[in-house]
Design a protein around this ligand. Structure first.
Ligand SMILES: Cc1cc2nc3c(=O)[nH]c(=O)nc-3n(C[C@H](O)[C@H](O)[C@H](O)COP(=O)(O)OP(=O)(O)OC[C@H]3O[C@@H](n4cnc5c(N)ncnc54)[C@H](O)[C@@H]3O)c2cc1C
Length: 339
């Protein structure tokens, strides 16, 4: 029997790289926990003025809070704890230090890793994404030290650090199920770190699908939200998507008449159709997006940006009256005394 898996994916770090990886993985339905505590590059930024979407820049604290909220909204459990070690599931400390060739999961459906945080309980996970710019120490033992770490000479002193080229461009490593979003060669700017995290998240999704019987071509999807109005009559029909899948993958590695092909086709068509939203849903999502941003804004900045009149116009008159009465006991008395 497979040992229990607590999480499909554990992401270590919720900076730009980890947040992006976690959001892509969770949005595809994977059960993701993100651990986030400890030394942060983002926290050291005085003000980010080159991260897209923030015309006057954004302070690191606000960006960090927005990223954590986004991960939670995508369905991740964000855990405020420091990961101390990641070991292979079922391995003792000696076996855990073996070479990458022996890294195959002890069981195809079981966990590959045990993630041990500083204060909470250990978590068994199928996949781990490292996204900790300054730290790779907790990964030591999953592969040879020479493969994972390198020695730098800095001002005449030597330091050992995680090798930024250990993982490939999409975060894949020689250790099955281990991905590295950061440290990487993209970690020197926040936006490139986020881009790298997104690539890694997509790779995690594709690999999880492949574990589930998909083959690489359909597994590499896009995470888009599209307007239903873009669906013309032909494509509004599910059968047209089925036909398209059959045409696209007829010469692929899986027999089109097999049960596996039919199962993946159903899932791929469901996935494609679920990307479309109706006008009302689009408006609801826009409103939820504005609200989630507003929650993070300083109310005084909102008054300053919009002006008092615009905000009072947007407010409920009774709420304004009640607020005035609360602040001004005379107003309440006057109201009570009025005939
Ligand atoms: C002084 C300074 C100023 C900078 N200014 C800019 C700038 O203006 N613009 C720009 O684009 N870039 C700037 N950068 C670079 C930017 O900070 C990084 O490119 C970006 O933050 C990298 O993102 P990341 O997700 O890879 O790592 P990080 O931002 O470091 O995020 C890693 C996260 O992992 C968590 N963590 C670490 N170890 C563990 C662990 N063991 N367990 C659990 N969680 C863990 C940390 O708490 C952190 O939240 C600056 C960097 C510095 C140092």
């Amino acid at each position: 029997m497979s040992p229990a898996v607590d999480r499909d994916v554990v992401v270590v770090g919720c900076g730009p790289a980890g947040c992006a990886a976690a959001v892509f993985a969770a949005r595809d339905g994977l059960d993701v926990a993100v651990f986030d505590r400890g030394r942060s590059s983002l926290a050291r930024c005085a003000h980010l003025e080159n991260y897209p979407g923030f015309p006057a820049g954004v302070d690191a604290e606000t960006l960090s809070a927005l990223m954590r909220a986004q991960a939670e909204r995508a369905g991740c459990a964000v855990v405020d704890d420091l990961v101390e070690s990641v070991e292979r599931a079922g391995d003792g400390p000696d076996e855990a230090a073996g070479d990458a060739e022996s890294s195959a999961s002890p069981d195809a459906d079981g966990p590959r890793f045990v993630v041990t945080p500083q204060t909470g309980d250990p978590v068994a996970a199928r996949r781990v994404v490292a996204a900790t710019r300054y730290d790779g120490e907790y990964l030591r033992g999953l592969d040879g030290d020479d493969a994972m770490f390198e020695v730098h000479d800095h001002g005449g002193e030597t330091h050992e650090g995680f090798d930024r080229e250990y993982a490939d461009r999409d975060g894949g490593t020689p250790v099955d199920g281990l991905y590295v979003a950061s440290p990487s060669d993209a970690d020197r700017q926040a936006v490139t770190a986020a881009g790298r995290g997104a690539r890694v998240g997509k790779r995690v999704v594709a690999d999880a699908r492949i574990d589930d019987g998909w083959w690489p071509e359909p597994a590499e999807g896009v995470d888009w939200v599209r307007r239903e109005a873009e669906l013309d009559d032909e494509w509004a029909d599910r059968d047209r998507w089925v036909e398209w899948f059959d045409e696209t993958h007829a010469d692929g590695p899986v027999d089109p008449d097999s049960e596996r092909f039919a199962r993946v086709r159903e899932a791929a068509v469901d996935d494609a159709l679920s990307a479309y939203v109706e006008v009302d849903e689009e408006a609801a999502r826009a409103a939820a997006g504005h609200r989630a941003l507003a929650e993070r804004l300083d109310p005084e900045a909102v008054v300053d940006a919009h002006g008092t009149d615009a905000l009072l116009d947007a407010m409920d008159d009774e709420a304004i009256a009640a607020h005035v009465a609360e602040d001004d006991p005379n107003a309440e008395r006057a109201e009570a005394e009025s005939p």
